[in-house]
Design a protein around this ligand. Structure first.
Ligand code: 3PG
Length: 213
């Protein structure tokens, strides 16, 4: 795997984050994640200004890997690059977006949940694929079934993953990392519960380490 994929896999989890108030929260949230051993964030375009949040989080926490999620057009990819974002995540497989990100040299993790998606991913030379929405698309059973004909991919499932089922996912060797919004909910952010975010991250990391031991 390339260096970016190695780093994501080493951390093992990717918090999926919607930030409505980047100026207020991005820097503090980054610190809380780092303190919990999770120096990575996928900031989604479900809230406008995701590129601003990426810039503010990265500036305040340069050791973090900060990327964008729910990317659906090329203008967003340009905005992420201009903001210093380091990776792109898309909900589904859009060949135009994959080609665009590759031409701009920014790693992209497109959502893939079918053999047809995996065929396309192969053509683009991708190594790590998002599998979204994971639980709703067949979960670990489907990831394992697709790994039989496509053993070359490492998978990053998101959607329905929490502290309850994280361990099961990590028992499967094709899992590169798991993503989820449970580490950073709107309630935790809006009420400044930074210590709780750190605690959830620590517990997440503990589960990942234990499952991989
Ligand atoms: C994503 O965009 O990756 C998912 O919405 C995260 O899913 P979750 O909210 O079920 O963790």
């Amino acid at each position: 795997m390339n260096a970016m994929n190695e780093r994501i896999s080493e951390i093992g989890v990717v918090p999926v984050i919607k930030l409505n108030h980047p100026e207020r929260d991005a820097a503090l949230l980054g610190k809380a994640l780092c303190a919990g051993g999770v120096p990575i964030a996928e900031i989604t375009f479900r809230a406008a200004g995701a590129d601003k949040a990426i810039r503010l989080m990265k500036e305040a926490n340069p050791e973090m890997l900060v990327g964008a999620g729910t990317v659906t057009n090329t203008a967003q990819i340009d905005a992420v690059i201009a903001a210093g974002g380091e990776f792109i995540v898309t909900p589904g497989f859009d060949p135009e977006l994959v080609a665009y990100a590759q031409a701009k040299n920014i790693p992209i993790f497109p959502g893939c949940t079918t053999a047809t998606d995996y065929h396309q991913a192969l053509k683009f030379g991708l190594e790590v694929l998002k599998f979204f929405p994971a639980e709703q698309s067949g979960g670990l059973a489907k990831i394992k079934a697709l790994a039989a004909p496509f053993p070359m991919f490492r998978i990053m499932p998101t959607g329905g993953i929490s502290l309850k089922n994280l361990k099961e996912y990590f028992a499967c060797p094709v899992i590169a990392a798991c993503g989820g919004s449970y580490m950073v909910t709107a309630d935790l952010i809006d009420n400044n519960r930074w210590d709780e975010i750190t605690a959830i991250c620590k517990e997440t990391r503990r589960i990942v380490e234990e499952a991989r031991a």
